[in-house]
Design a binder for this molecule. Structure first.
Ligand SMILES: [Cu+2]
Length: 152
């Protein structure tokens, strides 16, 4: 009888140890991979370079050809995916996507209000996107950015 109880006790302890071990494994190794919060590569969070798109003087004038300069920008994650729009004009502008777009790390893309003269709008892209955007008060001001993964 005593032997049977000991064997039973060892069985229970074994099950408990197995449960604790699998729970530790789950929390330490499994959860970080499956978490909904995006895990972004360090080199994407801290790219080597930066991209600047200038809203040049005279951008509010419909007859002026250039406004967002450069108008088309190709961006690679880990290189120049931190983008700043500078307003060098004497009029307030916006950076507004033609269609709503959100980066799963940085959130909704687009300036919340206007970017006043001398002010900036900055956004860190962490995923591939192709974005057509414009200025809300001056819809003839348009630009495009294409963000792609780095090719090794
Ligand atoms: Cu504008």
């Amino acid at each position: 009888m005593a032997t049977n109880q000991n064997a039973y006790g060892i069985g229970v302890v074994t099950v408990i140890v197995a449960l604790v071990a699998s729970s530790v494994f789950y929390q330490e190794y499994y959860l970080p991979e499956s978490n909904a919060k995006p895990q972004v590569d360090e080199h994407i969070l801290n790219p080597t370079g930066a991209t600047v798109i200038d809203m040049i003087i005279g951008s509010a004038n419909q007859d002026q050809v250039d406004n967002f300069v450069p108008k088309l920008v190709n961006i690679q994650l880990g290189i120049d995916n931190n983008v700043t729009w500078t307003n060098s004009d004497d009029t307030a502008h916006t950076v507004t996507p033609d269609h709503r777009i959100a980066d799963s790390y940085s959130g909704e893309f687009g300036s919340l209000g206007v970017v006043k003269p001398g002010e900036n709008y900055e956004f860190l892209f962490t995923e591939s996107h192709e974005i057509d955007y414009h200025c809300e008060p001056h819809p003839w001001m348009t630009g495009k950015i294409i963000i792609t993964k780095q090719r090794f």
